[in-house]
Design a protein around this ligand. Sequence first.
Ligand code: BGC
Length: 372
Amino acid sequence: MKWKRITAAIISIICTVALTGCIAQRPTKQPQTVNPNDALIGISMPTKYLERWSRDGTNLEEKFRELGYHTTIQYADNSTDRQISQIQNMITQKVSALVIAPIDGTVLAPIVDQAYKQGIPVLAYDRLIEGTEGLGYYVSFDNQHVGELQGQFLVDALNLPNTSSTKHIELFGGSPDDPNAAKFFSGAWNKLKPYFESGALVSPSGKIPVSESDWKTIGILGWDSAKAQSEMQTRLNSFYNNNEALDAVLAPNDALALGISQALGGRGFKPGTGWPAITGQDADKANVKNLISGRQAMTVWKDTRALGDRAVKMVDQILRGQKVEISAGKEYDNGKKKVPTYLLEPKVVTKDNVQQTLIDSDFYTAEELGIK
Ligand code: BGC
């Protein structure tokens, strides 16, 4: 008995030593307090060609510079290889921190691990980076809630709980390589699925996922507006030839909503009666104009200025060695670790609250939206 206890104690000491050794070998270099004037921040954005990312990039640079930081920014034209080599260059330039909005959430793990080993803290911006222990923090909007807002909007717009007629809807998913897109779909599907089950909702194209995890089958790669337009044209040409009504389209973001509304316009649909309720996200300028002209019913606005403020604050707190504020109880599992996360709340914008949301907050001027 005594020997058993001694053996257990020895094993426990060996394990502790091994474990401590293991932890000690892992790169734990947290930056010391850094003077902003001596620090270069690397910002890696997916593409300049979607309005929101160029706005995010400019905004981040401005906010970092206000605090005295230097910045280097790269847009990767939606090419994963380019994004990896751009981040590689930033590591070579010895940036003090990296802020990365990944194109593909699953392929950046090795480069993020490399940054981590060199003591460069990494913040995932808007989209999570998966499969790496090297990711320090994540800042985003509540993406599941974005989808719920879109789904609930359509439930209300079609008055589904109180109507006995069947409504026609077409569903679109975001880019299959974007981890946010799964969350957008999941949120929307939770709201819409009961009505598919009851028969209140039907998709004449039959393009509905057989399960929530099957959403990629209706995804539009690269969030490409032109691809969404041609997919909508195909569905209209194949399934809407006998004056079938189209009551709603679930579009997960504004780029797709734009392509879809162009396809509808091309097929002779006119805003007003007969034009479906189309959702969106980002409050891109062209789409806000479409809200006003009745071509889009809603968009989910994620104030990128607030996201930028928070990202800059988190990086500043990291580099100053301060406690980094995160949302209570919010950790996102990236497959390798639970990543401390700060989540902001998205808002629904319709033509009725464009003034109070987007104009009163100076996100856009009335002139920019063509309403003055
Ligand atoms: C972002 C959306 C954006 C989409 C396409 C998503 O990850 O959260 O705001 O519309 O990417 O760029």
